[in-house]
Design a protein around this ligand. Structure first.
Ligand SMILES: NC(=O)c1ccc[n+]([C@@H]2O[C@H](COP(=O)([O-])OP(=O)(O)OC[C@H]3O[C@@H](n4cnc5c(N)ncnc54)[C@H](OP(=O)(O)O)[C@@H]3O)[C@@H](O)[C@H]2O)c1
Length: 326
């Protein structure tokens, strides 16, 4: 049986994108065959679709690091036809054909059962970006952050990770400050729950100083670069920053002073190789105490409109979450 898939090919003119028909037999071996209903567009998918070798080495390729869908066939005892499931991360969409297709076949160890409280659709409005926002908040809270710690800064706030982080933090009673390069999105961010808005320039000012005034009770940083370390220098005594992204740069100027003088923590976040049990636990929080209505964040995409959305990611122009309806 054939199915439609987004397809990235390496040609003499660079990487070309199209939508093609594929056969189930084209998919790699795996325990669980899934009829994909929704996927979502993440920054990493845009890297894969443009040939970034740090994400995808072999072309032609179908990107898509996220998928929700229904099990069609399973050789694993844990899954049966008809089960609703989520797959994010591991190798999906990197060097394994990904969720920008109507079928995927993956190892059972990558598959999370849909928790009650989430749907095939709502889980992909979240996708890896929303999951990562939750992972940041989970780790910050484990390090002691509470609404009494002080305002929480979210950088890259209008993007996928940032916008979900703003929404969940506000839902949990945190005062949220949002850094955005898009003044036209201030109202959108206020609507999600941000009470203070900073420009990227505000957030990058003072990069030459060893310490800045203590402001933040926690930080969700999605951009990296000097904005990240400026935020570390502005943490209140004992507070933490969760670092998950690098759109502003992978490197930054740093000293050990904030760590030595203010007892602050820089926390690393990886959603890809996080063990399945931890993924299931965090999806469970998103389905229960962290469940929020994210429908206002969705931009509906299809395989045919994905290519233009990928270009907007690199222009830093994406707002909210691109959800691919398969
Ligand atoms: N560690 C993990 O497991 C993990 C998981 C998911 C994502 N990530 C990473 O997290 C980052 C964000 O992912 P995403 O899916 O949220 O991407 P996204 O939807 O493209 O959002 C990124 C946002 O960053 C801001 N931005 C863009 N270019 C910038 C620049 N040059 N300087 C400062 N800010 C800039 C923009 O927001 P404003 O205009 O509002 O500033 C943009 O909307 C990416 O680096 C991604 O690879 C990591």
């Amino acid at each position: 049986m054939g199915f439609s898939a987004f397809w990235v090919e390496k040609t003499e003119d660079g990487f070309q994108r199209s939508v093609i028909e594929r056969e189930i037999d084209d998919l790699p071996d795996g325990d669980v065959l899934i009829e994909v209903r929704y996927s979502s567009l993440n920054y990493k998918d845009a890297l894969s679709a443009t040939g970034n070798p740090g994400v995808t080495r072999n072309f032609p390729h179908t990107p898509g690091i996220d998928a929700s869908g229904v099990v069609v066939q399973s050789t694993a005892a844990d899954f049966a036809p008809g089960d609703e499931v989520i797959v994010i991360g591991f190798d999906l969409g990197m060097n394994t054909p990904g969720g920008f297709a109507q079928r995927i076949r993956v190892p059972a160890g990558w598959v999370v059962k849909m928790p009650a409280g989430l749907s095939l659709h709502s889980s992909m409005i979240l996708g890896t970006a929303g999951f990562t926002a939750a992972e940041c908040i989970d780790k910050l809270e484990a390090a002691g952050m509470t609404p009494a710690s002080g305002p929480v800064l979210v950088t890259g706030a209008s993007g996928g990770v940032g916008s979900v982080a703003v929404k969940i933090l506000a839902h949990l009673g945190y005062e949220v400050a949002a850094v955005t390069g898009k003044p036209e999105q201030h109202e959108f961010l206020r609507g999600l729950g941000a009470s203070e808005l900073l420009s990227r320039e505000d957030a990058a000012a003072g990069a030459d100083k060893p310490l800045l005034a203590e402001r933040w009770g926690g930080v969700v940083d999605t951009v990296g670069g000097d904005i990240l370390f400026n935020a570390v220098k502005s943490l209140r005594y004992g507070a933490s920053l969760a670092a998950c992204g690098l759109v502003a740069g992978a490197g930054f100027q740093a000293t050990v002073l904030p760590f030595l003088l203010r007892n602050v923590n820089l926390l690393g976040i990886d959603s890809v190789e996080l063990p399945l049990a931890e993924k299931q636990r965090i999806w469970g929080r998103l389905a229960n105490e962290w469940r929020v209505d994210l429908s206002e964040l969705e931009e509906s995409l299809t395989l045919d409109t994905l290519s233009a959305a990928i270009d907007r990611i690199f222009a830093g122009a994406m707002v909210g979450r691109g959800v691919v309806h398969l």
